[in-house]
Ligand binder design. Structure first.
Ligand code: AHR
Length: 659
């Protein structure tokens, strides 16, 4: 009897331990809504030294001597020199006069450490350029430029050097290409006055020759490559709060970001001021990566541009009085800026701004389709400003789709007020922002399932899982982003765009994390969140497919669904079906997926599976281990009408199938 009871107990225990099978069904017969080509995109804002000091490949900080607190900030100087302000570039008037120190054994020299040092690679070429003149017109002057390793123990610190003969009393651009003798993430540029003749220097610049697509004034290749590899369909720029500015004077003024780089005026970067706990008093915007470079990059990576313009509201987090903002009846120049930006992107070469675009090298229009008016705005002060913009854009460019804001929160009073307002004003899309903890992401698997289908479409414009007490790019956060993205995918009829944020961060210069791509001066790595985004772009498909549990309920991590989130799409380009299942639970979950809608005797065959998993959910990719946690693709030996699989705990699975 005892033995019998024991056997019964063991059997019962085994039965209870065997996890319940999660039965689901997928209607493979009727593809649903079309998935917008813009669905998964990127958003770049110059936060965390993302642009200056990051993607923008300029290696010299304060190249035009315009940093306002100290015109020589970022430079160390010795000898006889002075900063003057009647230079050749009206909007960047300062330059440096290098004078002979009066003794053969003394030197006039200036050095620049770039952004956290200058990153150089052995054997790579770097283009040094400087605008210069000999003001006294008493013969040619000489400059010697060196790339140095200040910490070097060898006899000479310089591992590359060249001389430049400045032979004109008129301002001229001089260029020389240096080949670095060392790999050095923190090198210094040294510039000697090398003859007893006064030389004026302005816009001192150093770029790798090998930039993205080989453009001069170009972009850092590895970082642009990470964007290209993501295959984004949308590219939002330039902010974020940077659009608004700490005050209106320092809002992003796109017109200052185009034309010759030497004459693009410096702007404050609002991220210099925002956080005193990670404070970077030397963070400015050179506008070197401006709107031309942005449109060009968007084209090169195949993403639709989505520019954001100021609606006349300075950052509302930083200003709580109305006099910080542009009065509603004085918005004309802001509205004109928006219209002119569309002209810059799309106008014929006979228009003012279209002509400038052509002069900059792109006579063909960029084919802009969208514009966002305002960033993360709220309160009645927003709709009342948005309204005249909408009227003006509709009148001049009825084909352009307008993106409005739902404020800084994913729900709540402002959100509830703004959505109907956006509908009233006829915005085409509404931008939602949510930087939220794990429990929020876990609760949002059905977020868009019941959204109003008659209103504007959704742009999930800024989002990331900010782990509670764990605000970094760990795998667990990315897993919850993957889970959340099932509601985006499932509701592709209403969600047309989504962009994780922020995009980039310098490991020494960040203000905000998590971020999608991290870098130092020479290296970069793609976070787990990047890999999740990539799985969604790689298996984007063209149309939704209905995937539910057996009761017809969406699989959204709801009670009784055992921590599973799921969605599926069809890809008309190759006839494949992509099933995404995310198991956020601690247990392996058996799943039995029945394919509805197959003809008699028809089956689906497995093509491949992709598994994204980490045993340690708080682990992350790093500069030293950039590929610690990457998706693993395997062949998928399956054929049938019911797919029985087990999804490991804390795993994002993609199953690729075809008829
Ligand atoms: O992405 C960082 C900031 O978050 C953005 O600038 C702003 O829109 C949001 O508050």
């Amino acid at each position: 009897m005892k033995r019998f009871l024991l056997t019964l107990f063991v059997l019962t225990a085994a039965f209870c331990a065997a996890a319940q099978v999660n039965e689901m069904k997928l209607d493979v017969r009727r593809p649903g809504a079309e998935i917008a080509s813009t669905m998964y995109g990127i958003f770049i804002e110059d936060i965390n030294f993302a642009a200056d000091g990051g993607l923008y490949a300029e290696l010299i900080k304060n190249r035009s001597f315009e940093f306002p607190n100290n015109r020589l900030q970022g430079w160390s100087v010795s000898g006889r020199l002075e900063v003057r302000e009647d230079g050749p570039f009206g909007r960047n008037p300062h330059y440096v006069r290098l004078c002979w120190p009066g003794h053969d054994q003394k030197h006039t020299v200036m050095e620049n450490d770039g952004y956290f040092g200058i990153g150089l690679k052995k054997g790579e070429q770097y283009r040094f350029s400087v605008w210069a003149r000999v003001p006294e017109n008493i013969g040619a002057g000489k400059l010697r430029v060196e790339l140095i390793d200040r910490d070097s123990m060898s006899e000479v610190q310089a591992h590359a050097s060249a001389e430049i003969l400045v032979d004109s009393p008129e301002w001229k651009k001089y260029e020389v290409v240096l080949t670095s003798g060392l790999t050095d993430p923190e090198a210094t540029l040294r510039l000697f006055l090398a003859s007893p003749v006064t030389v004026d220097v302005e816009h001192v610049s150093l770029f790798p020759v090998d930039t993205w697509m080989g453009h001069e004034n170009g972009l850092r290749k590895d970082l642009a490559q990470a964007l290209y590899d993501l295959d984004p369909g949308l590219f939002r720029f330039p902010g974020g709060c940077i659009v608004e500015g700490t005050d209106l004077d320092t809002r992003y003024n796109w017109k200052n970001s185009v034309g010759p780089v030497e004459n693009r005026p410096l702007n404050e970067n609002r991220w210099q001021h925002t956080f005193t706990h990670r404070f970077f008093p030397d963070y400015f915007q050179s506008y070197g990566l401006g709107f031309y470079e942005y449109f060009l990059l968007a084209e090169e990576i195949g993403a639709e541009p989505l520019p954001v313009v100021s609606c006349g509201l300075a950052c509302q987090f930083q200003n709580n009085t109305m006099d910080a903002h542009q009065p509603v009846d004085e918005l004309d120049c802001y509205i004109q800026d928006a219209l002119d930006l569309i002209d810059f992107a799309n106008g014929g070469t006979e228009t003012e701004w279209g002509r400038l675009r052509a002069e900059m090298g792109h006579p063909e229009p960029f084919g802009l389709k969208y514009i966002a008016i305002g960033n993360e705005q709220w309160g009645p002060e927003y709709p009342e400003r948005l309204e005249p913009f909408v009227k003006a854009v509709r009148k001049a460019y009825p084909e352009i789709l307008i993106v409005g804001s739902s404020g800084p929160n994913s729900e709540g009073e402002q959100f509830d007020y703004l959505w109907p307002e956006m509908k009233r004003l006829g915005a085409d899309l509404v931008d939602e922002h949510f930087y939220r903890p794990e429990k929020w992401f876990l609760s949002q698997g059905a977020r868009y399932d019941s959204y109003d289908r008659k209103g504007p479409a959704v742009f999930a414009g800024e989002y990331a899982c900010h782990g509670e007490g764990r605000k970094w790019n760990h795998f667990g956060a990315s897993l919850l982003e993957a889970a959340f993205m099932t509601t985006i995918e499932r509701n592709a009829d209403i969600v047309r765009m989504a962009t994780y944020a922020p995009l980039f961060a310098h490991v020494e210069g960040w203000q905000w994390r998590p971020d999608q791509i991290w870098f130092d001066n020479l290296r970069s790595f793609r976070s787990c969140s990047w890999h999740v985004q990539r799985l969604y772009t790689r298996y984007k498909g063209t149309h939704t497919l209905k995937l539910t549990d057996m009761e017809g309920v969406n699989v959204t991590g709801a009670e009784g669904q055992n921590g599973l989130f799921a969605s599926s799409v069809y890809d008309a380009a190759n006839g494949r079906i992509y099933v995404k299942i995310i198991n956020v639970s601690d247990d392996a979950q058996p799943v039995s997926l029945t394919f509805d809608g197959l003809k008699k005797k028809e089956t689906l065959k497995g093509v491949e599976t992709v598994s994204y998993h980490s045993d340690d959910i708080y682990a992350e990719n790093t500069l030293d281990e950039p590929e610690r946690i990457v998706p693993v693709t395997s062949s998928f030996d399956f054929e049938g009408r019911v797919m029985d699989v087990t999804v490991s705990p804390k795993t994002f699975m993609v199953y690729v199938l075809q008829k």
